[in-house]
Design a protein around this ligand. Structure first.
Ligand code: AHR
Length: 321
Protein backbone atom coordinates (compact mmCIF):
# COMPACT_ATOMS: atom_id res chain seq x y z
CA UNK A 1 0.00 0.00 0.00
CA UNK A 2 2.74 2.46 1.05
CA UNK A 3 4.79 1.55 -2.01
CA UNK A 4 1.77 2.08 -4.21
CA UNK A 5 1.06 5.56 -2.76
CA UNK A 6 4.70 6.55 -3.18
CA UNK A 7 4.63 5.39 -6.78
CA UNK A 8 1.51 7.50 -7.44
CA UNK A 9 3.09 10.53 -5.73
CA UNK A 10 6.33 10.12 -7.70
CA UNK A 11 4.34 9.93 -10.93
CA UNK A 12 2.49 13.10 -9.93
CA UNK A 13 5.74 14.93 -9.23
CA UNK A 14 7.24 13.80 -12.51
CA UNK A 15 4.13 15.05 -14.34
CA UNK A 16 4.34 18.34 -12.49
CA UNK A 17 7.94 18.88 -13.57
CA UNK A 18 7.01 18.08 -17.16
CA UNK A 19 4.24 20.69 -17.03
CA UNK A 20 6.51 23.26 -15.39
CA UNK A 21 4.30 23.50 -12.28
CA UNK A 22 6.03 23.84 -8.86
CA UNK A 23 6.01 20.27 -7.55
CA UNK A 24 4.99 21.10 -3.97
CA UNK A 25 1.78 22.69 -5.21
CA UNK A 26 1.06 20.14 -7.92
CA UNK A 27 0.60 17.43 -5.26
CA UNK A 28 -1.75 19.52 -3.09
CA UNK A 29 -2.20 23.21 -3.81
CA UNK A 30 -2.05 25.51 -0.83
CA UNK A 31 -5.51 26.90 -0.07
CA UNK A 32 -5.77 30.43 1.38
CA UNK A 33 -9.02 32.04 2.45
CA UNK A 34 -8.66 35.81 2.13
CA UNK A 35 -11.16 38.34 3.45
CA UNK A 36 -10.63 41.76 1.91
CA UNK A 37 -11.92 45.05 3.40
CA UNK A 38 -13.76 46.10 0.24
CA UNK A 39 -13.10 48.23 -2.83
CA UNK A 40 -13.20 51.64 -1.18
CA UNK A 41 -10.05 53.14 -2.73
CA UNK A 42 -7.48 53.02 -5.54
CA UNK A 43 -5.08 51.59 -2.94
CA UNK A 44 -7.48 48.75 -2.10
CA UNK A 45 -7.92 47.83 -5.77
CA UNK A 46 -4.13 47.60 -6.18
CA UNK A 47 -3.91 45.48 -3.02
CA UNK A 48 -6.56 43.04 -4.28
CA UNK A 49 -4.88 42.73 -7.68
CA UNK A 50 -1.50 42.10 -6.01
CA UNK A 51 -2.91 39.29 -3.85
CA UNK A 52 -4.86 37.64 -6.67
CA UNK A 53 -1.92 37.86 -9.09
CA UNK A 54 0.57 36.46 -6.57
CA UNK A 55 -1.74 33.54 -5.75
CA UNK A 56 -2.18 32.73 -9.44
CA UNK A 57 1.54 32.97 -10.13
CA UNK A 58 2.37 30.61 -7.27
CA UNK A 59 -0.36 28.04 -7.94
CA UNK A 60 -2.17 28.89 -4.70
CA UNK A 61 -5.93 28.35 -4.55
CA UNK A 62 -7.32 31.64 -3.28
CA UNK A 63 -10.81 31.83 -1.82
CA UNK A 64 -11.47 35.55 -1.95
CA UNK A 65 -14.28 37.33 -0.07
CA UNK A 66 -15.06 41.07 -0.29
CA UNK A 67 -16.43 42.37 3.04
CA UNK A 68 -17.75 45.65 1.62
CA UNK A 69 -16.31 47.56 4.59
CA UNK A 70 -18.38 45.55 7.11
CA UNK A 71 -16.86 43.64 10.01
CA UNK A 72 -19.85 41.27 10.20
CA UNK A 73 -19.13 40.16 6.60
CA UNK A 74 -15.52 39.44 7.53
CA UNK A 75 -16.57 37.37 10.54
CA UNK A 76 -18.91 35.35 8.29
CA UNK A 77 -16.15 34.86 5.69
CA UNK A 78 -13.67 33.66 8.33
CA UNK A 79 -16.24 31.18 9.70
CA UNK A 80 -16.86 29.89 6.20
CA UNK A 81 -13.09 29.46 5.62
CA UNK A 82 -12.92 27.46 8.87
CA UNK A 83 -15.82 25.28 7.72
CA UNK A 84 -14.07 24.70 4.38
CA UNK A 85 -10.85 23.71 6.21
CA UNK A 86 -8.56 26.05 4.24
CA UNK A 87 -4.82 25.79 5.00
CA UNK A 88 -4.40 29.46 5.94
CA UNK A 89 -6.77 32.34 6.67
CA UNK A 90 -5.55 35.83 5.79
CA UNK A 91 -7.46 39.05 6.18
CA UNK A 92 -7.22 42.80 6.25
CA UNK A 93 -9.48 43.79 9.17
CA UNK A 94 -12.00 46.57 8.54
CA UNK A 95 -11.70 47.68 12.19
CA UNK A 96 -9.22 46.96 14.98
CA UNK A 97 -11.37 45.44 17.73
CA UNK A 98 -13.91 42.65 18.09
CA UNK A 99 -11.90 39.74 16.69
CA UNK A 100 -11.18 37.55 19.75
CA UNK A 101 -14.08 35.10 19.34
CA UNK A 102 -13.73 34.30 15.65
CA UNK A 103 -9.93 34.13 15.80
CA UNK A 104 -10.19 31.73 18.72
CA UNK A 105 -12.44 29.55 16.55
CA UNK A 106 -9.74 29.54 13.85
CA UNK A 107 -7.07 28.67 16.42
CA UNK A 108 -9.13 25.78 17.79
CA UNK A 109 -9.57 24.52 14.23
CA UNK A 110 -5.73 24.70 13.94
CA UNK A 111 -5.88 27.11 10.98
CA UNK A 112 -3.13 29.76 11.09
CA UNK A 113 -4.24 33.36 10.60
CA UNK A 114 -2.12 36.02 8.86
CA UNK A 115 -3.07 39.70 9.11
CA UNK A 116 -2.33 41.79 6.06
CA UNK A 117 -2.33 45.59 5.84
CA UNK A 118 -4.26 46.34 9.07
CA UNK A 119 -3.76 45.27 12.67
CA UNK A 120 -6.20 43.89 15.26
CA UNK A 121 -6.40 44.49 19.00
CA UNK A 122 -6.76 41.07 20.64
CA UNK A 123 -6.26 39.86 24.21
CA UNK A 124 -4.09 36.96 23.05
CA UNK A 125 -1.45 37.69 20.36
CA UNK A 126 -1.17 33.97 19.56
CA UNK A 127 -4.54 34.29 17.78
CA UNK A 128 -2.59 35.26 14.65
CA UNK A 129 0.80 34.08 13.43
CA UNK A 130 2.04 37.11 11.55
CA UNK A 131 1.11 40.68 10.62
CA UNK A 132 2.34 42.01 7.28
CA UNK A 133 1.76 45.71 6.56
CA UNK A 134 2.73 49.34 6.98
CA UNK A 135 3.54 51.29 10.11
CA UNK A 136 0.55 53.64 10.04
CA UNK A 137 1.70 55.72 13.02
CA UNK A 138 4.93 56.41 11.15
CA UNK A 139 2.95 57.40 8.04
CA UNK A 140 0.98 59.95 10.12
CA UNK A 141 4.25 61.21 11.61
CA UNK A 142 5.77 61.64 8.15
CA UNK A 143 2.74 63.67 7.04
CA UNK A 144 3.03 65.84 10.18
CA UNK A 145 6.80 66.25 9.82
CA UNK A 146 6.36 67.42 6.24
CA UNK A 147 3.94 70.11 7.45
CA UNK A 148 6.25 71.18 10.30
CA UNK A 149 9.00 71.75 7.70
CA UNK A 150 6.59 73.55 5.34
CA UNK A 151 5.46 75.84 8.15
CA UNK A 152 9.02 77.11 8.52
CA UNK A 153 8.49 79.01 5.23
CA UNK A 154 5.84 81.19 6.97
CA UNK A 155 6.97 81.05 10.61
CA UNK A 156 4.59 83.76 11.87
CA UNK A 157 1.43 82.42 10.28
CA UNK A 158 -1.01 80.17 12.12
CA UNK A 159 -2.05 77.26 9.88
CA UNK A 160 -5.57 75.95 10.50
CA UNK A 161 -5.81 72.28 9.62
CA UNK A 162 -8.85 70.19 8.72
CA UNK A 163 -8.48 66.43 8.93
CA UNK A 164 -10.31 63.78 6.90
CA UNK A 165 -10.08 60.58 8.92
CA UNK A 166 -10.32 57.06 7.51
CA UNK A 167 -12.93 54.50 8.54
CA UNK A 168 -13.91 54.90 12.21
CA UNK A 169 -12.17 52.32 14.39
CA UNK A 170 -9.78 51.15 11.66
CA UNK A 171 -6.07 50.85 12.42
CA UNK A 172 -4.97 53.31 9.70
CA UNK A 173 -7.45 55.97 10.87
CA UNK A 174 -6.45 55.64 14.54
CA UNK A 175 -2.72 55.43 13.88
CA UNK A 176 -2.43 58.10 11.19
CA UNK A 177 -4.26 60.53 13.45
CA UNK A 178 -1.97 59.66 16.34
CA UNK A 179 1.26 59.96 14.34
CA UNK A 180 0.27 63.29 12.79
CA UNK A 181 -0.75 64.77 16.16
CA UNK A 182 2.53 63.57 17.66
CA UNK A 183 4.55 65.28 14.90
CA UNK A 184 2.82 68.68 15.12
CA UNK A 185 2.41 68.64 18.93
CA UNK A 186 5.31 70.99 19.68
CA UNK A 187 4.17 73.64 17.18
CA UNK A 188 1.62 76.14 18.50
CA UNK A 189 1.10 77.58 15.00
CA UNK A 190 -0.36 74.31 13.67
CA UNK A 191 -3.96 73.82 14.79
CA UNK A 192 -6.44 71.09 13.87
CA UNK A 193 -9.77 72.93 13.76
CA UNK A 194 -12.00 70.15 12.35
CA UNK A 195 -11.65 66.40 12.12
CA UNK A 196 -14.20 63.97 10.72
CA UNK A 197 -14.35 60.63 8.95
CA UNK A 198 -14.55 60.40 5.16
CA UNK A 199 -14.51 56.58 5.30
CA UNK A 200 -11.51 56.38 2.93
CA UNK A 201 -13.72 57.11 -0.12
CA UNK A 202 -13.66 59.92 -2.71
CA UNK A 203 -17.40 60.59 -2.43
CA UNK A 204 -17.30 60.93 1.35
CA UNK A 205 -14.07 62.94 1.24
CA UNK A 206 -15.76 65.44 -1.07
CA UNK A 207 -18.93 65.58 1.03
CA UNK A 208 -17.10 66.19 4.32
CA UNK A 209 -14.76 68.76 2.77
CA UNK A 210 -17.81 70.65 1.48
CA UNK A 211 -19.12 70.75 5.05
CA UNK A 212 -15.72 71.93 6.37
CA UNK A 213 -15.64 74.71 3.77
CA UNK A 214 -19.16 75.76 4.58
CA UNK A 215 -18.35 75.96 8.29
CA UNK A 216 -14.84 77.45 8.14
CA UNK A 217 -14.51 78.97 4.65
CA UNK A 218 -11.19 80.75 4.02
CA UNK A 219 -9.97 80.01 7.56
CA UNK A 220 -8.82 76.61 6.29
CA UNK A 221 -5.12 76.60 5.38
CA UNK A 222 -4.32 72.87 5.33
CA UNK A 223 -6.13 69.63 4.54
CA UNK A 224 -4.70 66.42 6.00
CA UNK A 225 -6.46 63.40 4.44
CA UNK A 226 -5.80 59.88 5.72
CA UNK A 227 -5.78 58.61 2.13
CA UNK A 228 -5.38 59.86 -1.44
CA UNK A 229 -8.95 59.07 -2.46
CA UNK A 230 -10.45 61.33 0.20
CA UNK A 231 -7.92 64.05 -0.77
CA UNK A 232 -8.92 63.74 -4.45
CA UNK A 233 -12.62 64.05 -3.53
CA UNK A 234 -11.82 67.03 -1.29
CA UNK A 235 -9.78 68.70 -4.06
CA UNK A 236 -12.94 68.72 -6.15
CA UNK A 237 -14.87 70.35 -3.29
CA UNK A 238 -12.15 73.00 -2.87
CA UNK A 239 -12.26 73.83 -6.59
CA UNK A 240 -16.05 74.00 -6.58
CA UNK A 241 -15.78 76.49 -3.70
CA UNK A 242 -13.69 78.72 -5.98
CA UNK A 243 -10.38 78.04 -4.21
CA UNK A 244 -7.11 76.59 -5.50
CA UNK A 245 -6.13 73.23 -3.92
CA UNK A 246 -2.38 73.02 -3.41
CA UNK A 247 -2.11 76.82 -3.20
CA UNK A 248 -4.95 78.40 -1.20
CA UNK A 249 -5.18 75.19 0.82
CA UNK A 250 -2.15 72.95 1.31
CA UNK A 251 -3.19 69.32 0.67
CA UNK A 252 -1.41 66.41 2.37
CA UNK A 253 -2.43 62.77 1.95
CA UNK A 254 -1.32 59.17 2.32
CA UNK A 255 -0.99 56.18 -0.07
CA UNK A 256 0.96 57.33 -3.14
CA UNK A 257 -1.44 56.00 -5.79
CA UNK A 258 -1.18 57.16 -9.41
CA UNK A 259 -4.19 59.46 -8.93
CA UNK A 260 -2.25 61.35 -6.25
CA UNK A 261 0.76 61.72 -8.54
CA UNK A 262 -1.50 63.12 -11.27
CA UNK A 263 -2.96 65.60 -8.76
CA UNK A 264 0.57 66.62 -7.68
CA UNK A 265 1.66 67.10 -11.30
CA UNK A 266 -1.43 69.31 -11.79
CA UNK A 267 -0.33 71.37 -8.75
CA UNK A 268 -3.39 70.41 -6.66
CA UNK A 269 -1.79 68.13 -4.05
CA UNK A 270 1.37 69.06 -2.12
CA UNK A 271 2.61 65.73 -0.80
CA UNK A 272 1.66 62.06 -0.50
CA UNK A 273 3.14 59.69 2.08
CA UNK A 274 3.57 56.24 0.60
CA UNK A 275 1.65 53.20 1.84
CA UNK A 276 2.54 50.18 -0.27
CA UNK A 277 -0.39 47.90 -1.23
CA UNK A 278 1.69 45.34 -3.16
CA UNK A 279 1.62 42.75 -0.38
CA UNK A 280 0.68 39.68 -2.45
CA UNK A 281 4.11 38.06 -2.99
CA UNK A 282 5.13 38.44 0.69
CA UNK A 283 1.78 37.09 1.85
CA UNK A 284 2.20 33.94 -0.28
CA UNK A 285 5.71 33.45 1.12
CA UNK A 286 4.59 33.78 4.74
CA UNK A 287 1.63 31.43 4.15
CA UNK A 288 3.88 28.83 2.54
CA UNK A 289 6.40 29.08 5.38
CA UNK A 290 3.71 28.72 8.06
CA UNK A 291 2.25 25.63 6.42
CA UNK A 292 5.77 24.24 5.89
CA UNK A 293 6.41 24.51 9.64
CA UNK A 294 9.01 27.31 9.34
CA UNK A 295 9.20 30.09 11.91
CA UNK A 296 7.72 33.32 10.56
CA UNK A 297 8.23 36.87 11.88
CA UNK A 298 5.35 38.11 14.01
CA UNK A 299 5.59 41.53 12.35
CA UNK A 300 6.74 42.38 8.81
CA UNK A 301 6.84 46.15 8.18
CA UNK A 302 6.55 47.45 4.62
CA UNK A 303 9.28 49.85 3.42
CA UNK A 304 7.94 53.20 2.22
CA UNK A 305 8.85 56.78 1.21
CA UNK A 306 7.43 60.31 1.09
CA UNK A 307 6.73 61.97 -2.28
CA UNK A 308 6.40 65.76 -2.33
CA UNK A 309 4.95 67.45 -5.44
CA UNK A 310 8.44 68.55 -6.54
CA UNK A 311 9.42 64.96 -7.41
CA UNK A 312 6.04 63.81 -8.77
CA UNK A 313 6.73 64.18 -12.50
CA UNK A 314 10.06 62.38 -12.23
CA UNK A 315 8.66 59.54 -10.08
CA UNK A 316 5.38 59.02 -11.95
CA UNK A 317 6.75 56.62 -14.62
CA UNK A 318 8.09 54.34 -11.83
CA UNK A 319 4.78 54.01 -9.99
CA UNK A 320 3.31 50.50 -10.05
CA UNK A 321 -0.09 51.33 -8.55
O1 AHR B 1 -5.48 50.12 5.21
C1 AHR B 1 -4.90 50.88 4.22
C2 AHR B 1 -5.81 52.00 3.83
O2 AHR B 1 -7.06 51.50 3.45
C3 AHR B 1 -5.36 52.84 2.68
O3 AHR B 1 -4.62 53.94 3.04
C4 AHR B 1 -6.64 53.30 2.13
O4 AHR B 1 -6.57 53.92 0.89
C5 AHR B 1 -7.43 52.06 2.21
O5 AHR B 1 -8.73 52.16 1.94
Amino acid sequence: MTIHRRTVLAAGLAAAFTLGVPAAFAAKPLVIGFSQVGAESEWRTANTVSIKDAAKKEGVTLKFADAQQKQENQVKAIRSFIAQRVDVIAFSPVVESGWDTVLLEAKRAKIPVILTDRAVKVSDPSLYVSFLGSDFVEEGRRAGNWLVERQKKTPDAVLNIVELQGTVGSAPALDRKKGFEEAIAGNAKLKVIRSQTGDFTRAKGKEVMEAFLKAEGKKINVLYAHNDDMAIGAIQAIEEAGLKPGKDIIVISIDGVKGAFEAMIAGKLNVTVECNPLLGPQLMQIARDVVGGKAVPKRVVTQESVFPAEVAAKEFPNRKY
